[in-house]
Ligand binder design. Structure first.
Ligand SMILES: *Cc1c(COP(=O)(O)O)cnc(C)c1O
Length: 395
């Protein structure tokens, strides 16, 4: 039965358009997968090494170690530094759970730090207040995991200073920011070690799970590789390692996708600019710190009546998402974690107000206009109150 589109029917606007990306690559992914099927080296095949080389060229880190997912990447980095029981690992309260999970999985205690109301990444002032809290709890401050939330690199110079002053390692969780940069330096080189994820919805995603760790430190790279491959070094099991590798097929897919990542990020940037131009007066739009280039994994606005707007977008066929509906301390798994002195008011405020709009690279101008127009119409109907600069400053 042929369906006649009704006068109101419109193309849905999705959060992710992997079909359009695949069409753009015009058979290259299929050909790359077919080559792996032909040579048959499904684990540690030649594409794995080739991808490691291309990733290091792309982000100018000296070493890239591929692993099974972004969570393992964090775990392996912490293990390589000897982070474990009795140690405090400082993580933002407003992030995906994996950041804190990794700390707990190595036996350390995640200590929750608030984020900045300006850019939603770890607030260095809240980190400074969290260090004495950890000490009072009998924990040794050992590592900080900064998260480049929604694609924007965290404030690494301030975090680095604090980490160094307290003898802590600084790990960059760049699961959402691969391809971004800070002061002209690419993500991958902004901390002693940087992890990323190739989960399909990340800026650089494969067709399953995948992850990587970047570092300039050769000894660390050797330890990371060994931990990912059952602790093997020079043919012997030197430490208790893990099985965490990126499948050759996924590496082959990523080699093709990496070649178009810069153009994809430019397309996301253009969409972000259009959204900001048209939504800044009716919502709180994202702000980038000076000298930052975001990978725009998400374009996240803040509104008062988030759930109503979300429902309105849904009724018009437009996907939106809430990252994250609850800060970590509201989740049962992390409810017992020590919290920075002064609490986590920004994380709590954001969890109640944020809404992520479609920002994938294959949105048409018409799609972007439709998203803007639905939000503007809904906003005008509800006369959203935009918090004043003074009210935001109080947070
Ligand atoms: C996606 C994500 C991870 C985890 O990556 P997986 O590959 O899904 O394990 C870690 N941290 C952040 C901030 C993420 O967004």
């Amino acid at each position: 039965m042929a369906l006649t589109p009704s006068r109101n029917s419109v193309q849905p606007i999705s959060a992710l358009d992997l079909r359009a990306q695949r069409a753009r690559l015009a058979g290259r992914i299929e050909a790359a997968i077919a080559r792996v099927l032909d040579h048959g080296q499904f684990v540690l095949g030649p594409e794995v090494e080739a991808l490691e080389k291309r990733l290091t060229e792309f982000c100018s880190a000296r070493h890239a170690v591929l692993c099974a997912n972004g969570t393992d990447a964090l775990v392996v980095a912490l293990r390589a530094w000897g982070v474990g029981a009795g140690h405090a690992v400082f993580v933002p309260a407003f992030t995906f759970a994996a950041t804190a999970e990794a700390a707990a999985l190595v036996g350390a205690t995640p200590v929750l730090v608030d984020v900045s109301p300006a850019d939603y990444t770890m607030d260095p002032a809240s980190l400074a207040r969290a260090i004495p809290v950890a000490r009072e709890a009998g924990l040794r401050p050992k590592a900080v995991i900064a998260v480049d939330l929604f694609g924007q690199p965290a404030d690494y110079s301030a975090l680095h200073e604090l980490a160094q002053a307290h003898g802590m390692k600084l790990l960059a969780d760049a699961a959402q920011s691969f391809g971004a940069a800070l002061a002209g330096r690419p993500v991958g080189t902004l901390a002693e070690a940087t992890t990323t994820s190739f989960f399909p919805s990340k800026p650089l995603g494969c067709y399953g799970d995948g992850g990587a760790i970047f570092t300039d430190n050769e000894d660390l790279a050797i330890r990371l590789t060994s931990l990912c491959r059952h602790g093997i070094e020079l043919g012997r099991h030197m430490t208790v390692g893990m099985n965490s590798r990126l499948d050759t097929i996924q590496a082959a897919v990523l080699i093709e996708k990496l070649s178009i990542l810069p153009e994809e990020i430019s397309a996301r940037e253009r969409t972000a600019r259009l959204y900001t131009d048209h939504l800044a007066e009716i919502s709180v739009t994202p702000t980038l710190r000076a000298d930052v280039r975001s990978a725009w994994a998400q374009y996240t606005i803040q509104v008062d009546d988030r759930d109503r707007l979300r429902e309105k977008l849904r009724s018009e066929g437009i996907s939106s998402a809430v990252y994250y509906p609850e800060p970590l301390h509201a989740q049962p798994a992390f409810a017992g974690c020590p919290v920075s002195h002064g609490g986590l008011p920004v994380s709590e405020m954001l969890a109640a107000r944020v809404l992520a709009l479609p920002v994938h690279p294959y949105l048409s101008d018409r799609d972007i206009e439709r998203v803007i127009s639905v939000i503007r119409r809904t906003a005008i109907a509800a006369t959203y109150a935009v918090p004043t600069a003074a009210a935001q400053g109080e947070l």
